[in-house]
Design a protein around this ligand. Structure first.
Ligand code: PEP
Ligand code: MG
Length: 590
């Protein structure tokens, strides 16, 4: 038995069989010299493996289409044509005929050479296709070596997914009803799997080193998404103790009601709005289950990721209108805040985006939208059309300058004018928001506050850019510090600038789901928090235990500490403060 520690990213305890998934696993390939009389046989093996791999992929596309996957199949459809690429096939055959190597080695060498050629090409589209070759190579080699492919779509019973990492395109094929938990080698508090796990309320631990190499499919593991551990090969005593903890945790969480009438904020009645972060593809029923007062961050880019590279205005309108209808049904003034397409950084569309040397500082997000005005306009039209179905707002991601914000607002006005001329209904007074996730936006928040109706602070990116620490890289996860004095000062400045213009400020980064940080943000003057829906009940419970005087005192003390304290000091102080003031606080930390 061994307990491995990682990062706790989605609360809850779960025990169950592991399902191992490694995206990068290539079968081991033997390199053999072939006698001249063996050449024809190897050529035949290669060509029949190619045909079989093509058949398997065609079948997978068919299955996805049947499941209603629609655009999700485009990624794979691009790969199909590569199986018959004349140059590629000729290169493999040449390796067999002239170098006298077996089919497996011939495929590996040819793919390696092609990858290098593609990678050197000037055309970014062609450079991107080097990645498609990996997929083709893996499929042909699996057939040749009779190694079964593991896909998440194979899951047909409740399992804990143990993976190296998971990308959005991998999770689209996963039957979510069977996923008990996630444990991954890599990842951070804001990686894709973290966002997904929290949205679905599934326990998860990431950054576990090489766990996917140490556990086999079917092994029982114990996953503690609150404490951030995974126990491998547990003995009977450990299983019994874990089951006791699971019962206790269930009892504790069953006391936390979901919505409840009135959506009280702090102890003294000061309202605090708690909304959910959602992404297309995640069921919206979680909003009512966890008592969300609407959607504070609709991550629209998931309509693009791993799926359809260019969803039509109709397709987008349908998805957005569904969200607007659902929040309208929640009542209590619930609304949905649609965030414009936030592509780039780690959110890459297959095929279409230019691969940049430094994508987090590159042509991403609002920058990309302002250089792809047709995409931007279409999306804004779809947001506006959806606003006819329920209370909606629009917000722009990654704003770094006032000019960007003005350009985005102008585009919104153009979209409105078009729809008005076409007689299409929409909310003409739709509220516009600016995300504050770049230090320049926080430092110049006074300028930006004049251009919009609200701010929403994206602490996932704000922390990343302030501390210059990649949010998805577990090696610098120690620098990922929402309680760093620099971050707190930026949030404080943003709130002050917003107050001067009388506009509200939300926090929609994942720090909002940490009750310690949530209390501090509210103390600093933030009035709304948005997080993975499953985080809402605990945050609500903790905030209900505090008065506005409590949180103001907390914020004042922290402001004073910023001159001479580390993130750990500040976080520790806040935690202690809550332990003293909030009944049962300790119980919700374990
Ligand atoms: C953020 O950066 O905090 C945020 C909410 O946006 P995302 O995590 O989608 O980048
Ligand atoms: Mg962001």
């Amino acid at each position: 038995m061994e307990t491995v520690a990682g990062l706790a990213i989605s609360r809850g305890l779960v025990a169950g069989p592991a399902f191992i998934y490694r995206a990068d696993s290539l079968p081991a390939v033997p390199e053999l010299d072939i006698a001249p009389e063996g050449v024809e046989g190897e050529l035949a093996r290669f060509n029949s493996a190619r045909a079989e791999a093509r058949r398997q992929l065609t079948a997978l596309i068919g299955q996805l289409k049947e499941r209603g996957g629609g655009g999700e199949t485009d990624v794979f459809a691009n790969h199909l044509e590569l199986f018959d690429d004349v140059l590629l096939v000729a290169a493999v055959e040449r390796n067999i005929r002239e170098r006298h190597v077996n089919a497996e080695a011939a495929v590996r060498r040819a793919m390696g050479e092609f990858r290098e050629v593609f990678a050197r090409m000037k055309d970014p589209y062609m450079r991107e296709r080097a990645r498609d070759l990996d997929d083709i190579e893996r499929r042909i080699l699996r057939v040749l070596t009779a190694t079964e492919e593991t896909t998440l779509s194979q899951i047909d019973r409740p399992v804990i997914i143990v993976a190296d990492d998971l990308t959005p395109s991998e999770t689209v094929t996963m039957p979510r009803e069977f996923v008990l938990g996630f444990a991954t080698d890599r990842g951070s508090t804001t990686s894709h799997v973290a966002l997904l796990a929290r949205a679905l309320g599934i326990p998860a631990v990431v950054g576990l080193g090489d766990i996917s190499m140490r556990v086999k499919t079917g092994d029982t593991i114990l996953l503690d998404g609150t404490g951030g551990t995974v126990t491998i090969s547990p003995d009977e005593a450990a299983i019994a103790e874990f089951e006791r903890m699971m019962r206790r945790s269930r009892e504790l969480y069953s006391q936390l009601s979901g919505g409840g009438a009135g959506f009280v904020g702090l102890k003294d009645g000061t309202p605090v709005t708690l909304r959910a972060n959602v992404q297309p593809g995640v069921p919206l029923c979680g909003l009512a289950t966890f008592g969300a007062e609407g959607i504070g961050l609709y991550r629209s880019e998931y309509l693009w990721l791993g799926e359809d590279n260019n969803p039509s205005e109709e397709k987008q309108t349908k998805a957005y209108a569904e969200a607007a209808r659902v929040v309208a049904g929640l009542g209590h003034g619930a609304r949905v805040i649609f965030r414009a397409l936030d592509l780039g950084g780690d959110k890459l569309m297959s095929g279409n985006l230019i691969r940049e040397v430094n994508p987090f500082l590159g042509n991403r997000s609002i920058r990309w939208l302002l250089t792809h005005r047709d995409v931007f306009r279409t999306q804004l039209r779809a947001f506006l059309r959806a606003s006819a179905f329920g209370p909606s707002s629009v917000m722009y991601p990654m704003i770094a300058t006032r000019d960007e914000l003005r350009a985005a607002n102008e585009e919104l006005e153009r979209a409105k004018a078009e729809l008005a001329a076409e007689g299409v209904p929409f909310d003409a007074s739709i509220k516009r928001g600016c995300m504050v996730e770049v230090p320049s936006a926080a430092l110049a928040a006074d300028q930006l506050a004049r251009e919009v109706d609200f701010f929403s602070i994206g602490t996932n990116d704000l922390v990343q850019y302030t501390l210059a620490a990649d949010r998805g890289n577990e090696q610098v996860a120690y620098l990922y510090q929402p309680a760093h004095p620099a971050v707190i000062r930026l949030v404080d400045m943003t709130v002050k600038a917003a107050k001067a213009r009388d506009i509200p400020v939300a926090v929609c980064g994942e720090s909002a789901a940490d009750p310690v940080m949530a209390a501090l943000w509210i103390g600093l003057g933030v009035t709304s928090l948005s997080m993975g829906a499953s985080g809402i009940p605990v945050v609500r419970k903790v905030l209900r235990g505090l008065s506005s005087t409590d949180v103001a005192e907390l914020a004042d003390k922290v402001r004073a500490m910023c001159d001479d304290s580390s993130a750990a000091d500040i976080y520790g102080f806040c935690r202690k403060f809550l332990l003293e003031r909030v009944p049962d606080f300790e119980a919700f930390q374990t």
